[in-house]
Each structure stands twice: as C-alpha cells, then as structure tokens.
Design a protein around this ligand. Structure first.
Ligand code: CDT
Length: 319
C-alpha cells in the first residue's frame, strides 16, 4: 500500500509591528484548526511566522534588535501551539528568529525553522543558509532588506530527517532560488521539502524583476521538485505589511513539477493536499535516477568555487 501524508500550506497575511506573539499564536491556532478539519497531518507555516518581517528596518539598538528573536522554543507564548498540535496529533513546521547560545556563551542569530512531529517531539531545526540583502543601512532604498545585518548563515547546511513516514528537509525563502539547496537534500533522499518565505514585491536593486516575482517563485519551487523527484511546500507571509507588499501564492508542488494546491488570497489561508509519497519514485527511479545518470566528476566546480570565473579573453590566450 502506498504511503500517504496530508499536508497543509498555512499561509499568513501581514503581521503588524505591534502585534504581540500571543496574538500571532492565536492566528496560528486558527490556521492549525482549519488544516486539521481538512485532514492535515503536517502544517507548514511561513518564514519568521511570529513577527512582522523586521529586516525591513535597520535597527542598531541591541535590546530592540533582540526583541524580535526567540530566546527559547517553545516559549510561554508559543507553548499553546505546541500543546494544541500534539493534542490534535498534527505536526508542524514553524519559522522564527532564533537567538542561540553556545556552551561557551557565544551567541548566534539565525533565521530558523523548527519541525515538530505529530506527537509533539522536535524532529529538527533548519537554519537559513543563503542570507540575502545587505549588511549596512542603505538609505537609498524605499525599505531595507537587512537580513545580513541580523542573521548569520546556518552552520549545518541542508539536512534531512526521517519523519512523517517520509524523508523531510527544510529550506527558508532565498534558499529556494538556489538549485544546490534542493540537490543536496535530493542526494539524501528527500521526498518532501518545506520552505517558508517573505518576498517583498519590490526588489530595489533591479525593479524590472518586480512583475516577475510570482513567476520566479513558482519557477524555482516547481523545478526544485521536478529535478529531485520530491514534493515541495512553499508557504508565504504575504500581503501589505507595514507599507510593504509581499508575494503570497503559497503552493504545494508534486514531483512532476505540477502545482497540486495553491492559496488564492493574500491573507491567512490554508491550502491542503493529500500526498502519495511513493509517487516520488516515478521520478527518482527513471529520469532522475541519480545513481545511474549523474556524473559528479563533471560537477566539481559547484562545490569548489563560489563565483563565476570566465575563461581568459581571446587576446590574452594568444599572448
Ligand atoms: N526573506 C527572503 O529571503 N526574501 C528574499 C527577498 C529577495 S532578496 C532581497 C527572497 O529571496 O525572496
């Protein structure tokens, strides 16, 4: 008998700057209840799902900056979500800003997603690898995208876990644009990749891309799923948040690359799909049979080199 899993993309509309964690958790609980009533066993929430997308402001004051971060998970404010999910027997994936303290007392700020099983146990954490935007204040922009001021890249790369009767991996927002993200998890057998995002519709460095934001979002989620024979769940925090409009269009994508469920609003909304996990094998065992067809000896540059290095120009070559 095939393995099935019913998954919900729990999209969120805007979170106001002054909305408390408790108020946000009430919204998460409503999404959880909706998803559960539609049979969901796993609910995927967006990136930084507990707060407004604060990297749009460049904040230098340490205390104010740290107020956007979770110092523990679950915290008193988020505990009701963990308790209710376990009571319903529903797992979830939650994005938040994590303040992590090493054993030697060093602190780290990560953009994190936590995966929680249906019994309430923590499966694992993913810390965003590709941190987009800028490190310093850039006053020429209409709004900031200072993620590189707030977060360091996650040190563990792209892990996968055996959970939900499947092999599950995670990525966060900008990670979804990089093919390496999916391939590294595909090479560990990922069948299901969970991705939260906040994507402002205005891209200051090249505004001609603005109109293509929705196209690019689906392009990368669909190709990542298809090229690795896995399901991909992409979940937005969309709509106009503190004057900045962000992309919604959350989707669940099949290994065929087809969208099997999609949100149609810019607000809090659940899209549900029943996934046949064994359907991945149609792609993993045929066109994308990695073991049979990949030639890693030709892919060395991908892991040995960061930026593009062009060949010398013709004139230099003849000298
Ligand atoms: N949150 C996040 O990573 N957003 C980026 C915005 C573009 S880079 C400024 C994204 O890739 O969607």
């Amino acid at each position: 008998m095939n393995r099935h899993l019913t998954v919900a993309a729990a999209q969120m509309g805007p979170i106001a700057r002054n909305e408390t964690r408790e108020q946000v958790v009430e919204r998460l609980l409503a999404l959880l209840a909706d998803a559960h009533s539609r049979g969901a066993e796993l609910v995927v929430f967006p990136e930084l799902a507990l707060t407004t997308f604060f990297p749009r402001w460049y904040i230098e004051d340490e205390a104010e900056m740290l107020s956007w971060f979770e110092h523990e998970m679950p915290s008193p404010a988020t505990k009701p979500l963990f308790e209710e999910a376990a009571r319903l027997g529903v797992g979830f994936c939650l994005g938040y800003a994590e303040l992590h303290t090493d054993e030697d007392g060093t602190t780290h700020r990560y953009n994190t997603q936590m995966l929680v099983e249906r019994d309430g146990s923590v499966v694992g954490k993913f810390r965003k690898v590709h941190i987009p935007g800028h490190e310093e204040h850039e006053p020429w922009r209409e709004f900031q995208h200072a993620e590189r001021h707030y977060f360091e890249p996650g040190p563990h790369g792209f892990e996968v876990w055996r959970a939900f009767g499947s092999v599950v991996g995670m990525a966060i927002c900008n990670d979804r644009r990089w093919p390496e993200t999916y391939r590294v998890m595909g090479l560990q057998g990922a069948e299901l990749i969970l991705i939260g995002y906040n994507t402002p519709l205005h891209y200051a460095p090249d505004p001609q891309q603005n109109a293509l934001a929705g196209f690019h979002n689906h392009l990368v989620l669909q190709s990542g799923a298809y090229q690795n024979g896995c399901y991909v769940v992409g979940v937005a925090k969309g709509g106009e948040e503190e004057g900045v409009d962000s992309l919604a269009q959350s989707v669940i994508v099949a290994p065929s690359g087809q969208i099997v469920a999609q949100c149609i609003t810019n607000g809090d909304e659940v899209a549900v799909a029943r996934l046949d996990l064994d359907y991945c094998d149609f792609y993993k065992n045929t066109l994308f049979d990695f073991h049979r067809y990949r030639l890693p000896e030709h892919y060395g540059l991908i892991s040995s080199q960061r930026g593009a290095v062009e060949p010398p120009d013709a004139q230099e070559e003849t000298e």
